[in-house]
Design a protein around this ligand. Sequence first.
Ligand code: NAP
Length: 463
Amino acid sequence: MPIATVNPATGETLKTFDPLEPAEVERRLAAAGTAFREHRTTPFAERARLLRRAADLLEQDRDDIARTMTTEMGKPLAAARAEAAKCVKAMRWYADNAERLLADEHPDADQVRDSGAVTARIHYRPLGPVLAVMPWNFPLWQVVRFAAPALMAGNVGLLKHASNVPQTALYLEDLFRRAGYPEGCFQTLLVGSAAVEGILRDPRVAAATLTGSEPAGRSVASVAGDEVKKTVLELGGSDPYVVMPSADVGRAAEVAVTARVQNNGQSCIAAKRFIVHADVYDAFTERFTAGMAALTVGDPMDESTDVGPLASERGRDELAELVDDAVSAGATVRCGGGRPEGLERGWYYRPTVLSDVTPGMRIHREETFGPVAVVYRVGSLDEAVDLANDTPFGLSSNVWTRDEEDVHRFVRDLQAGGVFVNGMTASHPALPFGGVKRSGYGRELSGHGIKEFCNATTVWQAG
Ligand code: NAP
């Protein structure tokens, strides 16, 4: 895959980049090693000062970097601005909270005595340079979500970003440099995915985090496993969105539209499978379909656009194949399907609602990475849970009900890293984010996230 900015709204290649030569990769790995030796002992106050400065700069750059993101991967401009603002918030949150989150932990005095110590504590130390292999769908957020806690913990970052967002990748390196981070603390490596294995095997790289597809995650995790290096994986998702009879159906249908088409439908935590109780199925499906059909598809730079193009031609074609496969096997198209009229250039796909999907269809098991929803009818909570769990993924889940017993059951039984009740899944710096099953392992954000790349060191002292 070439390293290039290709505008998904037009298909036009705007800028191409040569991958780094091996000698330059080596120079940067050495710089990361050197930077870590200093950064690991930098006081929290200094780390926080640097991160706040980066947040201030990003806030100033918001409109420009939003345009860059929209140009590179097609998200509506307003969503790109919101993404930049979310990054600023997360940076400030970690600047404010990292020291508290990583404070020494002191076991109970009787447990300390029982271990034979006079004092014992748990002390969090950074691991070293962490390789971050990142996707294009939230090209700023995915990186900041890793970088802010990693840098606050005293680690340093090496970013291998997706090949279709090179300008955003270079912006990030420049942002941290302008904020005053010493050379080597945060570097972008413009390389293709074939170079990842060699970098990960380098003894100076301590650990890796990957957000992306299952094949990419499997590949990075197997190399890291061979090297016995820590990894965090945030992979795909096919989140259920369950609507029960006691739900506010109007609100559930309205939020369902946003939950499905946010980021042009290319979000790992987008609701993708709508599982609706028979009592409210018709009411929900009618409103939801009307909401999807009413969306404005078009140029993502246009402020009135709800849904822009998919990020790549391949992504659009794969989505179309999933829909075509389902339709040829008997699924019903309630709205959308295919390309919108009048948008001949670019990689657009109409917001689509399918029903009558059966387990034999590919779309039942595979992730739809675009504005396509599948609606299922179920007769009971048990059936809803079984269908919700009938997926290889387990990222998050959404449930709509006013019945506390329903909530208890969903929280107990849904196989997912999150259960969002009467709202759509979203990430927040204070709440852990991540999945189970094929959605990956480990957590980002919150205290859980910052500790993933720390060495929880037992300090035991006899006297
Ligand atoms: P992708 O192909 O896996 O790309 C993600 C990153 O991995 C890119 O930097 C890519 O580099 C690299 N990569 C690809 N194959 C690799 C390999 N064999 N070894 C090492 N690195 C490799 O992902 P995508 O399909 O573009 O992105 C969409 C996927 O990401 C969806 O499945 C989505 O659900 C998932 N995602 C998950 C989360 C989450 O938090 N759980 C968030 C966002 C997206 P190149 O660009 O150079 O190929």
